[in-house]
Design a protein around this ligand. Structure first.
Ligand code: NDP
Length: 290
């Protein structure tokens, strides 16, 4: 019987990682977790000053390199792909984390809004008050980007798998519990874009497996985490802001940096190499009771 190797289960030494939206919030939690465990981590986003500040603050603890990349812009994605190909020639871990939530619908938050009174005749106001442009931006950032960034990097991820025995490169898509459950006061564009991202995870993992592309694709569906995206809503409503008349979060708190990083490290590391096409929910039990 082969000897079990337990000492390197979560070891990411020699791995190259890219975390989109990696300079803030959940992306930064994951980038730090991967870097501390030995990976060289590229963090990308549109604000270079934010990325540089984050990377500098972590210089003593791990290798984090900032690069500008807009996930809704093809040329920007391809330019970063070329740079990593030139510098490293491979990639092992891709975290598709960049996302936006857009404004919460006025209709649900403000019962005195005219949409409430006139909902029957206003039609779309019954559902939300986001424009065509809002919907396009939400889908481009949260969903289309996963397809375009993953397909741009799949060649480098394949090279990453080929050079390390018993390891398969890992794509991790950050979806949301809103991809799975109905959240009454959340908006339709964000929730449906996340549901599409969740299904895209399964489609990509199936397609790669059938075509013998050695790249795994999984998702993490977070519950509530205190970040730039949620700061205003948490301040206004507490951590139960995502629900309307639903059960509160059983853990009675937001998720921690360590809990987010730990799940991503598992999916990226040798320990997670038999996990493919899955969505791991980390929400303090919120989905279980709602
Ligand atoms: P943040 O607002 O802190 O992070 C979003 C990141 O995405 C930023 O770093 C931003 O950088 C980047 N980003 C946004 N648009 C683009 C773009 N067009 N191109 C490149 N980067 C972009 O929020 P979170 O950390 O909370 O969100 C991270 C992910 O987690 C998102 O996908 C979100 O939907 C998901 N999520 C978050 C939850 C939470 O409770 N916080 C719950 C469930 C899911 P920049 O603006 O510089 O480009």
């Amino acid at each position: 019987m082969a000897t079990m190797r337990l000492d390197k289960l979560y070891d990411l030494k020699g791995r190259i990682a890219l975390v989109t939206g990696g300079g803030t919030g959940i992306g930064w939690m994951i980038a730090r977790g991967l870097a501390v465990n030995g990976a060289k981590v590229y963090i990308t986003g549109r604000r270079m000053d934010v990325l540089e500040k984050a990377a500098q603050s972590f210089a003593q603890e791990g290798t984090v390199i900032p690069l500008e990349m807009d996930v809704t812009n093809k040329d920007s994605i391809l330019s970063v792909q070329s740079e990593i190909e030139r510098k490293d020639g491979k990639l092992h871990i891709l975290v598709n984390n960049a996302g936006i939530s857009g404004p919460v619908s006025r209709f649900f938050n403000d019962t005195s809004a005219p949409e409430h009174k006139d909902a029957g005749t206003l039609g779309r106001a019954l559902f939300d008050d986001q424009s065509f442009e809002d919907w396009s931006e939400l889908y481009s950032t949260n969903t289309f980007s996963i397809f375009f960034v993953t397909t741009a990097f799949v060649g480098l991820l394949t090279k990453g798998s080929q050079e390390i025995p018993n390891y398969t490169s890992s794509v991790i898509n950050i979806t949301s519990i809103s991809a799975i459950m109905k959240l009454a006061q959340n908006h339709f564009a964000y929730n449906s874009a996340k549901a599409a991202a969740s299904h895209l995870t399964r489609l990509l993992s199936t397609e790669f497996a059938l075509k013998k592309v050695p790249v795994r694709v999984n998702a993490i569906a977070p519950g509530v985490y205190a970040t730039e995206m949620t700061a205003d809503r948490i301040a206004a409503h507490g951590i139960d802001q995502v629900g309307l008349g639903l059960q509160p979060v059983p853990a009675q708190r937001a998720g921690s940096d360590e809990e987010m990083a730990g799940t991503a490290i598992y999916l990226a590391s040798p320990a997670g190499c038999y996990t493919n096409g899955q969505e791991i929910v980390i929400d303090g039990g919120y989905l279980a009771v709602n």
